[in-house]
Design a protein. Structure first.
Length: 516
């Protein structure tokens, strides 16, 4: 099948490789250069390996691997071979992995060698047929095995609606849900962004985000790959390393915490950013102070955009200036208008569209919107309206120019440093601890993470609780970024007449905890 006729996302990415396959595609912070030919050959070998396993069509390939170019290649190879990629944050511990592996039932799990003993045990118990290792220094059984396979591979034919990836997003109640994204969802969004963000010849992306989530794996990587652009690859965000690379780059993407930390670098100057074309922020609200400080320091205006795991990108401030205007109209505090082809509406609780300026529920539709939650038809049905719009759980308003401002969330969600933390999940863990009667987890302003997670814990009658000890215990159970930065033992939680915990009062009472 010709690349143009194959809706496999990898076919489109491969077709965008530059003619000179020996040009550098990725330059890493450990001093390695990968050419486009390297990407092509290594993904072919990995795809051949995956296909040799004779796993059924639609099999999931789960990756719990540190950020590395080889981990990116595993993602691309999974697409190439026609399987379904399931990225897992390496901060997840045993209980979290137990759930994801049990729910997604992957045929293949790839993990770091040092985690092989516990992850393989867990995976084999759940019936996973193949567990490989992949370390961040190009070692491990995955690459050892792939080395025996041919370095050419016919891209698997796929339909646009076929599943390409599953991204778990935590549920407000109950367990995490796997958002099912198709080749068509990912490719249509990547193509829209290529045009909307004006990707052009000579662009160079600093890739400093993790590759377990939409922002780093899809928005950043697809952007560069679909434009045949070089990436300056950082295995971990390091503000000094970013500043050092700015003079050789044109595009940077980050969550607000990255911008806050970059502003603390003396080397972040107008001169250092002279070649830069575009700074993009998303995944969490960018404070207007950060937006303004960035403008003052670099003379660049950050472009803020908005998206979700279920939908990829939805809205964006403009990249280009409109006809007759000297500058692109990027408004701080807003996430811009709906992207081309994406429907965004603000409705009241009855689903009636609200006029400009009024605050309501944000609902969306478009070719980028996912097909549903993995094996959760009831949850899927709940989150879509009868006329097919997805309820984002975000609350916002439009201005007269069609710019959306996100003013809050109807879902009980904390976003800390760009990572989502669901209070219900943390409260569940705390409530299970001996001596705990109940707990409430809220987010309060944090100068680095945007929101800082805190917990208020009520002891059972007669129990003496040590909040720090409970936090220390939580750290051994769940991903570190979810663990409350502070916890307090309290005698009771404020409740309204209906008996519901008044989290707004808790947030107000602790508003200045991190910011003074
Ligand atoms: C790390 N820690 C955190 C966070 N990250 N605590 C709260 N919030 C966080 N985000 C804690 C660790 O548990 C650890 O705690 C300590 O900080 C040091 O860990 P380390 O990994 O060294 O931290 P770091 O390198 O400083 O990480 C901060 C970070 C990182 C660079 C801001 O969180 C990050 O890369 N965030 C980006 C997330 C992202 O890509 N989100 C996109 C989601 P201890 O010392 O106690 O053990 S996609 C999305 O949201 C949608 C679709 C969209 O619109 O893009
Ligand atoms: P996730 O579940 O990780 O996909 O997170 C999606 C959520 O992140 C959205 O529903 C929003 O609440 C939030 N989000 C993403 N980008 C922005 C932004 N620019 N401003 C405010 N919130 C954002």
């Amino acid at each position: 099948m010709s690349p143009a006729a194959n809706p496999n996302l990898f076919a489109a990415l491969r077709a965008a490789f530059p003619a000179d396959l020996d040009a550098i595609a990725i330059e890493t912070d450990s001093g390695l250069d990968y050419s486009w030919r390297d990407l092509d050959r290594a993904t072919a070998m990995l795809a051949n390996l995956l296909q040799s396993l004779e796993i059924p069509a639609g099999s999931r390939v789960a990756a719990h691997t540190e950020k590395s170019v080889e981990a990116l290649m595993l993602y691309l190879a999974t697409l190439r071979a026609g399987f379904v990629y399931l990225p897992l944050n390496t901060a997840y511990q045993a209980a979290e992995l137990d759930y994801f592996i049990g729910n997604a039932e992957p045929a293949v799990v790839v993990c770091a060698g040092r985690n092989f003993p516990w992850i393989s045990q867990l995976a084999f118990q759940k019936g996973v047929a193949h567990v490989f290792t992949l370390n961040d220094d190009r070692t491990g059984t995955l690459l050892d095995r792939a080395a025996h396979f041919p370095d050419t591979h016919e891209i698997a034919p796929k339909a646009a609606g076929d599943l390409a990836a599953i991204l778990y997003t935590s549920g407000t109640t109950g367990r995490s849900k796997g958002a099912m994204l198709s080749h068509g969802n990912l490719l249509s969004n990547a193509q829209v962004l290529k045009d909307f963000w004006d990707w052009r010849e000579g662009d160079v992306l600093i890739h400093a985000l993790p590759i377990f989530h939409v922002h780093g794996l899809f928005v950043a990587s697809h952007g560069a790959l679909l434009n045949g652009s070089k990436m300056l690859w950082l295995a971990k965000f390091d503000p000094k390393a970013v500043v050092e690379r700015l003079p050789r780059a044109t595009v940077f993407m980050g969550v607000p915490t990255l911008y806050v930390r970059l502003l603390q670098e003396a080397g972040l100057t107008r001169e250092a950013c002279a070649r830069m074309r575009l700074f993009i922020s998303g995944s969490a609200p960018l404070l207007i102070e950060t937006f303004r400080d960035w403008q003052a320091r670099t003379h660049h205006t950050i472009l803020e955009r908005y998206g979700m795991s279920e939908t990829i990108m939805l809205t964006s401030n403009p990249c280009r200036a409109a006809d007759g205007e000297p500058e692109p109209r990027r408004l701080g505090g807003t996430v811009g208008p709906a992207l081309p082809g994406v429907g965004v509406r603000v409705v009241d609780d009855q689903g009636v569209a609200l006029p400009v300026g009024e605050i309501g529920n944000v609902q969306v539709c478009g070719p980028n919107v996912f097909g549903g939650y993995w094996r959760m038809p009831e949850k899927t049905a709940e989150e879509f309206t009868v006329d097919g719009w997805f309820r984002t759980g975000d609350v916002g308003r439009f201005d007269a120019q069609g710019y959306l401002t996100i003013v809050g969330r109807s879902k009980d969600l904390i976003i800390s440093g760009g990572y989502n933390v669901y209070p219900a999940e943390i409260e569940g863990w705390l409530n299970d601890m001996p001596g705990v009667a109940e707990s409430a987890v809220v987010g309060v302003p944090h100068p680095d993470f945007g929101e800082g997670v805190i917990a208020l814990i009520v002891p059972k009658a007669g129990a003496a609780l040590d909040a720090d000890a409970l936090v220390a215990r939580l750290k051994t159970q769940i991903a570190g970024y979810k663990v409350p930065k502070r916890a307090f033992v309290v005698t009771e939680l404020p409740r309204n007449a209906m008996g519901k915990v008044q989290k707004n009062l808790l947030r107000d009472a602790h508003r200045a905890l991190f910011t003074g």
